[in-house]
Design a protein around this ligand. Sequence first.
Ligand code: ZN
Length: 184
Amino acid sequence: MFAIYTYGNTVLRKKAEEISKDYKDLDSLIENMYNTMYSSEGVGLAAPQIGKSIRLFIVDGSPMSDDDESLKDFKKVFINPQIIEESGDFWTVEEGCLSVPGIREEVKRKSKIRIQYFDQNFNYFDEVYDGLKARIIQHEYDHLEGILFIDKINPLRKKMIRSKLNNILKGKVDVKYKVKFAIK
Ligand code: ZN
């Protein structure tokens, strides 16, 4: 199991690098990421969140299948993804992030995406997603670009959560899963 890197760790702010087919121990890395995600009750986890600046994220939307039945079997690995188009109407969804514990805020994003990526076996896909699937992908994809959901909330809300963010920086927050705070 990996520790989750929390807000303030520089790896979360870097643009992640693509990987090749022969990236060392990829299968065990992915398996370990799934274990980490399940034990922290996330629906997505991007490699930078475990301290690795590579273009890889995993999702499993099944815990949210009460909100959207089709999330039940939405379990996927995205490698070297590129979102090539975002379309549809903007909509607002409350998001949270394992790297920003204790904070949930409404985030506005477009409802539909087209994404090109490789799966765990380096099969290539070009797919369109909408609704909550698109939302989960957009959130995880942002991690590969060094972006966090709190960058996308309205400035007033950002001001209001400033002290909470400072507490995360200092490690003064209760987290049920293993984390690596920026300041020890
Ligand atoms: Zn996140």
